[in-house]
Design a protein around this ligand. Sequence first.
Ligand SMILES: C[C@H](O)[C@@H](O)[C@@H](O)[C@H](O)C(=O)O
Ligand SMILES: [Mg+2]
Length: 444
Amino acid sequence: MTTPSIITALTVRDIRFPTSLEAHGSDAINDPDYSCAYVILETDTGLRGCGLTFTIGRGNEIVCKAIDAYKRMVVGTHLSTIYGGFGTFWHKLTQDPQMRWLGPEKGVTHLAVAAIINALWDLWGKIENKPVWKLLASMGPEEIVPLIDFQYISDVLTPEEAVEILKKSRAGILEREKSFLNSGYPAYTTSAGWLGYSEDKIKRLCRQAKDEGFTRFKVKVGLSKEDDERRLALVRHEIGDQCTLMVDANQRWDVQEAIKWMKPLTKYNLLWIEEPTSPDDVLGHATIAKALAPYGVGVATGESCQNRVLFKQLLQAQGLNFCQIDSCRLGGVNEILAVYLMAHKFDVPVCPHAGGVGLCEMVIHLQAFDYLGISTTQHNRVIEYVDHLHEHFVNPVQVAGGRYMAPTAAGYSTEMKESSLRKYEYPSGSEWQRLFSEGKFTLN
Ligand SMILES: C[C@H](O)[C@@H](O)[C@@H](O)[C@H](O)C(=O)O
Ligand SMILES: [Mg+2]
């Protein structure tokens, strides 16, 4: 196979799934239709890179438009320019003088960058014929560090320090790879605990997940104190005292309200409270973390943390005990590597956010590299798992016995089936047309 040399086209498609019909993914503030802006990069040899960014419905078209606005910076670019200095290319994309005004490095434009960068990683993996985790693991520290833009974080992490961390962490990498290939990586499930599910359904799903081998569970909270008490008592009863339980408020509370709300719930032996308040409130998170520490409850956040700068501050201010990188909220693999390295320096475990569309597919690559080449441990770490929409991917994530298995196909596992794209493209896809005609949905 000849190696591609240039990006010849970028196509973006608005893909949405009607998950709100059954309250999948519902929480104290969201009632989502899981969606993604899906990017296809074409090259001169026909090899394609596919990537996406996750949104939850209306608004997906805005991200698609933003991706279109970056097209001119990607199409016609030589792959040697991109992969020969990926950190520089990433910087160019995120610092484009006219687009930058809309961020910088946050919100819609950063989600758009993530989709493009994710597609570029998928393409790179395919060119090298390796899954992305293996591609990363096969790079030396001197190759990894130039992938990262250190602007705004050099007060906490310099390129030299990053090289040192990566060098140290190479010891034993082959044994860890063997263990990852044999036994994968621990997962927790959120599938049983969506806020819109009935108690009977929650019970049934808890039992089912336990039978499948899950020992860690996450439940949504934050809408009503009485409901939270009832649901947590029920879930604790179903899963028993030995299983790990986390809760997620999806930014529902003010700072003092979060502390007050959480105190009575701590009797259910909770590992963490996730997103207790605004994702931007670094000091608020620190206040909550300090107040709940005596109860053994940590603070987790990150799925809405817009960039490496916010993670830097959360780490500096001890605002989080569990760092939840998101493969699409941050600007793709390059920026995520910076966060993994900072978290390692501050000794905070990374437990990636997943679920949505394709997030599970991606984060196993990232967390595998953390295990192989950065933190070198799975201790106190776990990846979120949600049992939805995997059937739309060409290489869906494999989870068995409550553990993620190592992806083996080349790329970033982000390629979706053409048949699924045709059904769920919004609004023209056949599935959407059916839902409109049956009156189950109205066109947004
Ligand atoms: C709207 C989404 O389903 C969120 O509820 C989800 O990402 C959640 O916060 C999670 O941690 O999985
Ligand atoms: Mg969450």
